[in-house]
Write a protein that binds this ligand. Structure first.
Ligand code: TTP
Length: 191
């Protein structure tokens, strides 16, 4: 198989990708994450994933580059990473007692060959008290995560149920990626 490059700085994605590809390089893409005006919330993650893959693929045309992005969507609002505790509190209040969607977009690019897909997981939060929200923010866990929570950490204690791929919420839908990557590169990894 061709060299695989993960265009992501996320340590979670790096450890998840190891389950799919034994050996790969990591070259994080530094793109402007501004979204086009009017883009549908369900398309946002894939749009950014394509940009991340393209930014790195330009320098490594022989490699298979994987770009990814995760957004949390509640109603018509897209939640990225919280900027500060107040922003995080705002997000927690929006998510409290409701079901939201986590979209992870993944883009594969090798030279001019491109493929991308989005996986959606529904996540339902318990109704959260102000005290619970403040205690969670004080852990510092929310700040590098879309929607301001981490399902793989203490954020799990806020969640009543999920429907869909757990790993998609953490930032990389590995079972779908394995299949897309095998097809894209005609490589058969271990299932
Ligand atoms: C909802 C949720 C998100 N996240 C993370 C996954 C992503 O790393 C992050 C969303 O930010 P992204 O912008 O998708 O990714 P990133 O900035 O961490 O890395 P890069 O752009 O270099 O690929 O939120 C969790 O770890 N757990 C969760 O439960």
């Amino acid at each position: 198989m061709k060299q695989v490059i993960l265009a992501s700085a996320s340590p979670r994605r790096q450890s998840l990708l190891k389950l799919v590809v034994p050996d790969f390089s990591v070259y994080p893409a530094d793109i402007d994450e501004q979204l086009p005006v009017g883009i549908q919330a369900c398309d946002a993650a894939e749009h950014l994933a394509k940009q991340k893959a393209a930014a790195i693929a330009a320098d490594y045309p022989d490699s298979i580059v994987i770009g990814c992005d995760t957004v949390v969507v509640i109603g018509d609002q897209i939640l990225g990473k919280p900027t500060d505790p107040e922003d995080c509190r705002r997000m927690m209040h929006l998510l409290s007692g409701k079901t939201h969607q986590v979209y992870t977009g993944v883009a594969l690019q090798q030279g001019d060959r491109r493929r991308s897909f989005t996986v959606c997981t529904d996540v339902r939060f318990y109704a959260l008290s102000d005290g619970e929200i403040d205690r969670y923010i004080a852990t510092g866990e929310p700040f590098d995560k879309a929607g301001g929570y981490g399902i793989q950490g203490l954020g799990a204690l806020l969640i009543e149920e999920i429907c869909g791929d757990y790993y998609n919420v953490v930032g990389l839908p590995i079972s779908r990626l394995l299949r897309e990557l095998a097809d894209f590169s005609e490589w058969s990894g271990s299932v």
